[in-house]
Design a protein around this ligand. Sequence first.
Ligand SMILES: [Zn+2]
Length: 528
Amino acid sequence: MDAPQDDQALRKILAARAVSTGRGTIGDSILIVDGKVAAIGTLKDFDGSGIAVARYDATIIPGLRDAHTHPVAYTALLAGCSLKNATDMKDLQRRLVTFAKTLSDGQPVVATRLDDESLAERRLPTRIDLDAAIPDRPVVVYRYCGHVAVANTAALHASDVTSDTQAPSGGSIDYDPAGHPTGVLRETAMGLIPPAFAWSGNPDEASLLSALVGLAGLGITSIGAMIGHGEDPTERRELELWRGVAARLPIKVHGIASVETTTRLEEAASVLSDAGPRLSWLGLKRFADGSLGGHTAAMHAPFADDPSMGILRLSEVDTNLARRSIELGGMVAIHAIGDRAVDGVLDVFEELIAEGADPRDLRMEHVSVISPTQIRRFAELGVTAVVQPAFLASESEWVARRVGGDRVPWLYPFRSLLSFDAPVAGSSDCPVEPPQALWGMAAAMDRYGIAPDERLTGTEVLAMFTSGAARALREPEPLAIGSPADIAVIDAEPATASASQIRDAQVLDTYVDGVSVNVDRGLSVWPD
Ligand SMILES: [Zn+2]
């Protein structure tokens, strides 16, 4: 039993009920040679070839691509304190106390996935609420959007935030009527918190690799990974982690560096480019605004439930970093949620294109609120919208109240974007949302009552999470002849399945470069 083992790794046939892509059904079998797609057809086309056949009573689809994730934060979340579904302030406090008992003495308590809209009190906690649970060491809780944090008194102290502190530009600090900080820090003001308080626990190489294997089990074969690389030594841990795991990655990781300076951008580009075969440097990540949940998305008109118009963070620094990324051969990804941020980023992109940038290298992340006029401009520029349909499910309870009825049709208008031929890439923004790409696909088909005319078909959402995302990750067209055999096998047929069938579909197998990823199905992929 010597040669066949090697031969099977080099040449194999996958046969199923159908091979379905975002371009429609293209056969029922795939011939893989050397980790690449050599031919697609029906099983009888390959008859008599003598090559081993793996048969599935299921559908073969291209491996799912998630164009925007935060894998290290996700890894930390799997091991850390989640406030998801906390019912009220008492429940939140109890979770913090329980988690603190698992840490060593004095270690800061960091919790994530706070959703004030789901608390009975319907407000953010204050430092007083957090002090009541844990008075003797720093506590920081992050809203699930990642744009608002609440610090207790000890953490404010460690952050040097006092009644006299001036918020950095692009951020704000909440004060009580007596002029004392409430603990709530928004946008760039979160940067006042020491970087050591970004995560509890310590994501290590083994837990990061295990998290990525978990993603493979969800049918995901490539991700766009946001990688922070900052000034403080603890903010450089992420890049080190990636360097450490680069030779052992189960899926393809395209690193997008979130940096403040060109020096850090150059470092990230060089480390990620040279580290390993499945790791690459894709480009730069910047922020134009905040979130709808935190009232920090930059809007042209005030929120319907708040007189503010959010916070526009875009500046000359962003344009200069973007230019450097393009010079280095990278892409530019800028976060824009509100319609004012969308225009701001389109202005930057227009300038970069005028200077010679390829529109395909320019990605706008989220694109949550975009008017019909803006969609036209977006499509004319030919830049890519990297969207997270799962936001529809999470925000359905409150988002209409926040933007107001007139602007509801402008929320995540995927069908309108496609009808103007704007390139659209699917993603999760995990851990803002769960990592299941199939759930995101189902959300774009269902829409949970938000602008239902913008619903997509199963084939369209499959295209969004395969071809569309691949393009945003600079990968070749999935399941084209000669493309890497990155494949998922699922027990649903996207072309005919309902949203709930897509959501509930099981992933039976995942292949990366033609080899099945060995996934422990008991692996946790999301905290309860
Ligand atoms: Zn993100």
